[in-house]
Write a protein that binds this ligand. Structure first.
Ligand SMILES: *Cc1c(COP(=O)(O)O)cnc(C)c1O
Length: 502
């Protein structure tokens, strides 16, 4: 199978090249030239398989230039008992007869990004060898919290790679900061940037586009790469768990083979829900894909009206991993839905860049609204959703998942649809302990408590176990104390890599 760029469909590469490059030289994203189709007996077969066996079945259809052994190696290094706190890797939690939460946060950093970032480093190192690259790969990441830690954990001690993560000094939660400054591993670097996420992001972008600097890196035998969610190697592992969840529902006799389900995805960069769309296109019986946003509701408007308009105020919410105004992976959907019309995708992206806005054609609008339903909610409604689920079911969800539940309720209200539904649970409630507790515990009880006291309190109130990796943070040594101004980021990379300049 070959991959093509969304901005030039004649730009064709193998999967190893797509994963190594991350983004196409023309600025487009790589997509598979065709989508493999799965029949219903495959789902039946899946229901008796482990997560890893299901993963191998899905990946081998897309990574046709990898051997079966290579894929198996990647899968086993990513999804195992040392990394995940549950044997099922991505278990389905039944809330009631209609609603199931797909828990994607049992990995080392307690958010769903582990599902892809645990395997990407292994796919990438194999891709590098396949494409004949002999330099060490340097992964540069700017993070608003979840991605940085997940990338650090994924790349930690992976041979042939180095990783440097920049986070905004005052833009991440206490837990997120602790997770990053205590990061172990011989090939990792972490630095705080004096500024906000945009400053960190722009600094990283400047390094990526600095040709002189690239040359210096090359001379030192390094090549730059990105672990950003536009990389195909991050998207393809996300397709697996939709098939896996469906197989589990069949196995537990919650649904009949072939029965359609809805999938609700709390969405930011449109990566996770796009993976669900691919699964549907491959034959997963899906009724509606429901796109849930917080008050940064640019996607709600796009799906409902066909107008993408990023000219709006950025809002800081209690579901920060969805605070985003440019959902990069939407480009892949546009390409697919317009019948691979690369010229049109180029035009939309140019308009977005120059005018901050584009509008799709009517036919495209209709196709999108046949597939997707979209809604959003504010922080207050997010809190209410946490409180309602807690009081009715004694189950506690995080803020992002709560947005999903609220939007699902809106969907049922609007449509009366009774189809069984999977709501994707994207983070452990412990990762956002303060916002979660505030939703259903008296303010008084939270006063003056530090992060670890909050974790303990949430464990008591929820009856759920504190994830090991968060509990252990208390005793971890703080290993990274670099702070820099945004103009100094290149120097920091130099120091961490010990570049020889001459
Ligand atoms: C990244 C993230 C999201 C958004 O996922 P996208 O693939 O960017 O749409 C939602 N919830 C959590 C907890 C996340 O970390």
């Amino acid at each position: 199978m070959l991959y093509q760029s969304t901005r030039d469909k004649n730009m064709l590469v193998k999967s190893a090249q797509a994963i190594k490059l991350g983004i196409s030289p023309d600025g487009g994203l790589f997509v598979p030239q065709d989508k493999p189709k799965l029949s219903h007996d495959v789902f039946e077969k899946f229901s008796t398989m482990s997560y890893n066996a299901r993963a191998i079945e899905v990946l081998k259809m897309f990574l046709t230039d990898f051997t079966l052994d290579e894929i198996k190696e990647c899968v086993d290094q990513a999804y195992n008992k040392e990394k995940f706190e549950t044997e099922n890797i991505a278990p389905v939690y039944k809330l009631n007869d209609k609603i199931y939460f797909l828990e994607l946060w049992h990995g080392p950093t307690c958010a769903f990004k582990d599902m892809a970032l645990q395997i990407l480093p292994h796919l990438l190192t194999k891709s590098i060898i396949k494409t004949g690259e002999d330099k060490e790969v340097v992964i540069l990441v700017a993070t608003s919290g979840d991605t940085g830690k997940a990338a650090l954990e994924g790349f930690k001690d992976v041979k042939g790679t180095r990783i440097v993560v920049f986070y905004p000094e005052n833009g991440v939660s206490e837990i997120q900061k602790l997770q990053m400054i205590t990061q172990e591993g011989s090939n990792v670097g972490v630095a705080a940037v004096d500024g906000n996420f945009d400053d960190a992001q722009n600094g990283v972008k400047m390094i990526f586009t600095d040709n002189e600097y690239q040359a210096l890196l090359e001379k030192n035998h390094f090549s730059l790469s990105s672990a950003n969610s536009i990389n195909w190697g991050r998207l393809v592992p996300q397709i697996i768990y939709y098939f896996s969840a469906y197989a589990d529902l069949v196995k537990n006799e919650e649904i009949k083979l072939g029965e359609k389900i809805n999938i609700v995805v709390p969405t930011g960069n449109f990566g996770n829900i796009l993976a669900a769309y691919y699964a549907k296109e491959m034959g997963l019986p899906v009724n509606k894909l429901i796109c849930a946003s917080n008050e940064n509701n640019v996607l709600t408007e796009f799906i409902n009206k066909g107008v993408y308009d990023r000219k709006r105020n950025f809002k800081t919410t209690i579901s920060p991993s969805m605070d985003i105004l440019i959902s990069s992976n939407l480009e892949r959907l546009l390409f697919d839905i317009t019948g691979n019309d690369d010229a049109r995708v180029r035009q939309y992206m140019q308009e977005l860049n120059e005018k901050g806005k584009y509008e799709v054609h009517d036919v495209t609008k209709e196709k999108i609204s046949a597939l997707f339903w979209a809604g959003y909610c504010n922080d207050e409604a997010t809190s209410s959703a946490i409180k309602e689920i807690e009081s009715e079911y004694s189950y506690v969800v995080d803020t992002h998942t709560a947005v999903g539940k609220n939007v699902y309720d809106q969907y049922v209200e609007a449509t009366g649809d009774k189809t069984k539904t999977i709501i994707v649970s994207t983070a452990s409630p412990f990762k956002f302990n303060h916002s979660v507790l505030t939703a259903f515990v008296d303010e008084e009880e939270l006063k003056d408590k530090n992060e670890f006291e909050l974790l303990d309190l949430l464990a008591v109130k929820s009856g759920q176990r504190i994830p090991k990796s968060l509990a252990q943070l208390k005793d971890k040594e703080k290993l990274h104390n670099i702070k820099c101004k945004k103009e100094e980021m290149k120097e920091v990379v130099n120091d961490i890599l010990r570049l020889i300049k001459e």
